[in-house]
Design a protein around this ligand. Structure first.
Ligand SMILES: *Cc1c(COP(=O)(O)O)cnc(C)c1O
Length: 381
């Protein structure tokens, strides 16, 4: 038996908006402006308003949102960009694609996002080595939880660095009253289907308050265009967004707040029902996670995961290796033992089903099975 309690449920989510999606994409088929059409413009206005910023620039993926941000900030060869060692490959990949060098920094052992103390140390070490210019920090809002922007923005300001938020998993989250999108120089998000706000293919966006940067981003996404389409003023990308996907997102935005609320409720339920002593990503009162993934730490993770799978419960492992240990990134890794928190997390993290269409009963089943499989006591329900 597999997949009875699924990690994601895109079908249930689609069923709620199916008629609206159909109507909106039919309208696109009618007008025929398939790339950067009117729905893209409407979506960008909605996204910017939601994030409390002046500009949203949609692009073809979350990865391109990161690459375009680096390019628009003129970050490239000779430049160093600080990234966490516990993240999806795209965070560091974007830096290399832009021609710059990623410098990995371990994450905080409680909230699992880039550790501000280690970040300061890494910046200081880089200054001593003097073989590259530190230019930017890319904090990652892991599993939907905004990174420690208070500390990171203070460090960035002092050091004259840009902050590019990797908010691929956190659109819809917030820090106090500030929505994700307004916490950094530029915020890159993803509309990959399983992200909190997902479309039906690839997509992404950059959110910013910087007028000049938004103009450059619009140029970068269309081959570095200038005043006219065949006026090329910089090296850019083909990173345009499809109108059909924008139409789908306009429909999906109608249920987005409702889905966020339900995911928060599910997460709170897990908080109460997890086996005693099982640790999870720490949340704080001032940060609101978009709850992309509900993730716990378990020893003998693979054994526990297998037991859950046998019980029909799907889980995920994000991520099985710290990024600096991946073959493609070893050249940027520095010392072997520089990322102890990431190394431990890679052995122990387990993401549980926590989507908006999960039943209350399913959370209980998962927690009971987790208690049994991990040998920890179940809480009284
Ligand atoms: C998904 C993801 C990305 C990349 O987004 P795509 O839309 O898949 O290109 C980047 N960073 C993180 C942390 C992600 O989870």
């Amino acid at each position: 038996m597999t997949g009875v309690i699924a990690l994601f449920d895109l079908k249930a989510s689609h069923a709620r908006v199916a008629a609206d999606v159909r109507r909106r994409i039919d309208a696109v088929f009618q007008h025929g402006r398939f790339i950067l059409g009117p729905e893209v413009e409407e979506l960008e206005e909605r996204l910017a308003a939601r994030a409390g910023v002046r500009h949203a620039v949609t692009v073809s993926s979350g990865t391109d949102a990161l690459v375009a941000s680096l390019m628009a900030l003129d970050i490239g060869p000779g430049d160093i960009v600080f990234v966490p060692s516990f993240t999806f490959a795209a965070t560091a990949e974007a830096v290399v694609l832009a021609g710059a060098r990623p410098r990995f920094v371990d994450v905080d052992q409680d909230d699992w996002t880039i550790d501000p103390l280690r970040l300061e140390q890494a910046i200081a070490e880089t200054a001593r080595e003097a073989d590259g210019r530190p230019r930017a920090i890319i904090p990652v809002d892991l599993f939907g939880l905004p990174a420690n922007y208070d500390a990171i923005n203070a460090i960035a300001k002092e050091q004259g660095l840009a902050v590019i938020a990797d908010a691929a998993q956190s659109f819809g989250g917030a820090w106090a009253s500030l929505p994700v999108g307004s916490l950094a120089t530029a915020t890159a998000t993803s509309f990959y289907p399983t992200k909190p706000l997902g479309c039906y293919g690839d997509g992404g966006a950059i959110l910013t308050n910087d007028d000049d940067l938004s103009k450059k981003l619009r140029s970068v996404r269309v081959h570095g265009s200038g005043a006219g389409q065949y006026d090329n003023v910089r090296i850019g990308l083909n990173a345009r967004f499809d109108t059909v996907q924008a139409a789908i997102l306009l429909a999906r935005l109608e249920i987005f707040d409702d889905e966020l609320r339900r995911r928060a409720t599910i997460a709170a339920r897990y908080d109460n029902l997890l086996p005693a002593g099982m640790s999870r990503q720490r949340q704080t009162a001032d940060r609101r996670s978009a709850r992309a993934l509900y993730t716990v730490r378990v020893t003998s993770r693979d054994k526990v995961r297998h037991r859950l799978q046998e019980a029909g419960i799907e889980t995920g492992v994000y991520y099985p290796r710290p990024l600096p240990e991946q073959p493609a990134y070893r050249a940027y890794a520095g010392g072997e033992s520089d990322f102890p928190v990431s190394a431990a997390l890679a052995q122990e993290v387990l993401s549980l089903p926590a989507h908006a269409y999960l039943s209350d009963a399913a959370v209980e089943i998962v927690c009971r099975c987790l208690a049994e499989a991990s040998g920890k006591g179940a809480r009284a329900v």
